[in-house]
Design a protein around this ligand. Structure first.
Ligand code: CMX
Length: 444
């Protein structure tokens, strides 16, 4: 029998389709952007050529999930009883449908994910066969890819007769199966790699975030950190590397396992998700050089300049779209102010916030001298005892999976096309530059 969430999603997708159809059939030729040479060479920055209704990133305001800011989202969602943070399951319902769920609807997702959460034994066998010094992100992505044989989308497509209008259905099933399994897989990677391969079985009474903390073997309030962290990292509209990669791969009708694994590989880059690991490494390096003393502002300024002069980026600072302090940084800062105000690393993070924007502005390159989400996340993990910082991007990946998977379910629901932008040669660019622009593009 179809769950209430799936029924709701079916109705939402069917009701939405005429809007997309009208835009693609009657209004397809309406111009919404232009592309210049800088954008063609420079990572398509700011080119409006992707569509998603799940989140929108305003350069000055930051992210809105389904129209709600981060504080509005956290305030609206049903809370885990006795806790401050919302159910991640309710948040996923919200991302997928745009509706804030009731407690009953939230509990339905809790139960649904619980029923799908058993991880096939071969996934653990694959992980154990990998050299123990393999990066946790490689293990995480490999585990997701190894499960591709479970894909219902691939199965139904392979059997023939899967209509375009029905493709969202097995994509949704794959997304739900995957999401249910990601926390036990991630916790198993953590315990295999750093805790002598002593895995902790799930506790069927707990929610997704609470169970993750339990399987990690980290005591409360780490469950609260997990819930907050997964929600904050979930979605950041469609142009970032992990979201775009997942969407691109799924556009070839590759299933959710192929697509998510690819997206995670993009998240593993130091300019994207891996920056949170880099931040902790950078901070620890500062502390080590000063024999675990907090630096003065002058010392900190020198460390920042040394990094820049060595040709490296200041991890956790700058952003391709944002032009102010990331509200995901602010949310973590508020949490830390309340729960770990005297932690020396938290104090150092605050000092960096006072010094780094000025240094980056003087350096003169970055368009955004303010911190992004990654500048803060590792410090909270460290405080609660998760100190193996090469694991941090896996945590980002669990959260990000919710956003990218919700997106590819809707991609199939709205029948989005295989992605295929056009490339040109350098010679063409040089010729158009001499002519003062490409004639056809200029309407010539
Ligand atoms: N430190 C030093 N230089 C920086 C910088 C930083 N934190 N941020 C940007 N710059 C430099 C760029 O490297 C670029 O230099 P070149 O012209 O020599 O190539 C110049 O400033 C202009 O870059 P930009 O337009 O401001 O930023 P981009 O859109 O090209 O890149 C980002 C955005 C995030 C990759 C970049 O700011 C950066 O490398 N930050 C540090 C890494 C980081 O924190 N990444 C995490 C982002 C959030 C996430 O995805 O998780």
């Amino acid at each position: 029998m179809e769950t209430a969430l799936k029924q709701k999603l079916r109705q939402k997708i069917e009701a939405f389709r005429p809007r997309t159809q009208k835009l693609t059939k009657e209004l397809a030729n309406l111009v919404i952007d232009k592309v210049n040479i800088g954008q063609a060479i420079g990572g398509a920055r700011d080119v409006r050529c992707l569509v998603t209704d799940i989140s929108y990133l305003d350069p000055l305001e930051g992210i809105r999930f389904r129209g709600k800011t981060i504080p509005e989202t956290f305030a609206a969602l049903p809370k885990v009883p006795g806790k401050e943070q919302p159910f991640v399951e309710g948040f996923f319902h919200f991302l997928l449908t745009g509706d804030i769920p009731t407690m009953r609807e939230t509990q339905d997702v809790v139960e649904d994910w619980r029923s799908r959460s058993a991880v096939p034994q071969y996934v653990f066998d694959v992980l154990r066969a990998m050299p123990r010094d393999t990066h946790p992100m490689t293990m995480f992505s490999a585990a997701v890819l190894a499960m591709q044989r479970e894909s219902l989308f691939a199965k139904r497509y392979g059997e023939g007769g899967l209509k375009k209008a029905d493709m969202w259905d097995p994509m949704y099933e794959d997304a739900m199966n995957l999401l249910a399994k990601l926390p036990p897989i991630a916790a198993a990677i953590y315990r295999m790699k750093y805790k002598g391969d002593t895995l902790i079985p799930a506790d069927a009474k707990l929610d997704w975030g609470g169970n993750f903390a339990h399987m990690m073997g980290v005591a409360a309030p780490y469950d609260e950190v997990a819930r907050m962290y997964f929600i904050l990292h979930s979605d950041h509209e469609s142009g970032n590397v992990s979201a775009h990669t997942t969407h691109l791969v799924a556009s070839a009708l590759s299933d959710a396992y192929y697509a998510l694994s690819a997206g995670l590989n993009g998240l593993a880059g130091p300019l994207h998700g891996l920056a949170n690991q880099e931040v902790l490494g950078w901070i620890q390096n500062v502390m080590k050089k000063l024999n675990n003393k907090l630096p003065t502002k002058e010392e900190l300024e020198k460390f920042l300049w040394d990094t820049l002069n060595a040709g490296q980026v200041i991890p956790g600072y700058g952003h391709a779209v944002l032009r102010k302090t990331d509200p995901r940084y602010v949310a973590q800062n508020e949490y830390a102010k309340k729960h770990l105000p005297n932690d020396p690393l938290f104090q150092l993070v605050n000092m960096i916030y006072e010094v780094a924007p000025g240094v980056l502005t003087k350096h003169g390159k970055t368009k955004n001298p303010w911190p992004n989400v990654d500048a803060h996340s590792g410090v909270i993990q460290w405080y609660y005892g998760v100190r193996e910082w090469d694991f941090y991007t896996v945590l980002f990946g669990i959260g990000r999976a919710m956003g990218v998977l919700a997106n590819i379910v809707w991609d199939r629901g709205l029948g989005y096309a295989i992605e295929r932008p056009k490339s040109v040669t350098t010679e063409m660019l040089e010729k158009w530059a001499q002519e003062g622009g490409r004639k056809e593009a200029l309407g010539g």
